[in-house]
Design a protein around this ligand. Structure first.
Ligand SMILES: [Zn+2]
Length: 225
């Protein structure tokens, strides 16, 4: 009997030590419920980096900037969200500089979202896909994917862990969204319309808000598990 109590006490103590160690060693910033949510929107490519060339010959860098500005505009309407952009013009940001993740880390941002349009050699390939790297970004990726697929109506390619520096070097939940395939003529023609971009921007804002609400409810469990 005494042995049993000792084992339980020891187990509880070990769990408490584990929680303490995890909380001390966890370098990734946590969402604070009472402060504004800092969101970084990263328009992919720019300047001499055109990104993908779509079926019509138009460049991905223009699509990402146009959609990112719409997301920025919609996020700004929420007084509890602060939005930051890695670029607002057609300027080049080198991959070597690691500027995009560094910018978000320096801001101590809560969420990072990189906007892209996909490309493939075969024009038949189509669909919406979200990439993440760290485990604590998976939930955010699933949330964004769920909302954006609803808005695009494209094939749901799901969420995938991928070694991409923008989602790997960022110290907060970070995702890279491939809205659709610019090399698929049908998807591309939709992706360039104002109506489509507005719909997708709204869905991203909804995804961010739902993620925020759920993360606040989960509290400590959000980053422990
Ligand atoms: Zn891209």
């Amino acid at each position: 009997m005494k042995k049993g109590i000792l084992m339980i006490t020891l187990s509880v103590l070990l769990i408490l030590i584990f929680i303490l160690v995890v909380s001390i060693n966890n370098p990734r910033p946590k969402m604070e419920s009472n402060s504004d949510l800092k969101v970084v929107i990263d328009a992919g490519h720019g300047g001499k980096d055109n990104g993908a060339t779509g079926a019509s010959g138009k460049y991905e860098k223009k699509f990402t900037l146009s959609l990112s500005k719409k997301i920025e505009e919609k996020l700004k309407q929420d007084p509890e969200i602060e939005v930051f952009m890695t670029r607002t013009e057609d300027n080049f940001i080198s991959q070597e500089s690691r500027y995009r993740p560094k910018y978000a880390n320096k801001l101590n941002a809560d969420l990072f979202l990189s906007i892209h349009g996909n490309t493939f050699s075969s024009p038949e390939v189509a669909g919406t896909e979200t990439f993440y790297y760290h485990k604590d970004s998976r939930r955010f990726a699933k949330m964004i994917q769920k909302h954006v697929v609803e808005a695009t109506g494209f094939n749901d390619r799901g969420t995938t862990k991928k070694d991409l520096f923008v989602v790997k070097d960022t110290e907060m939940p970070a995702v890279l969204l491939e809205v659709g395939y610019l090399t698929n003529p049908k998807e591309e023609s939709e992706m360039w319309t104002d109506d489509f971009q507005s719909r997708v921007a709204t869905s991203i804002v909804e995804g961010i808000k739902e993620y925020k609400e759920k993360a606040e409810k989960r509290g400590i469990f959000n980053w422990l598990f």
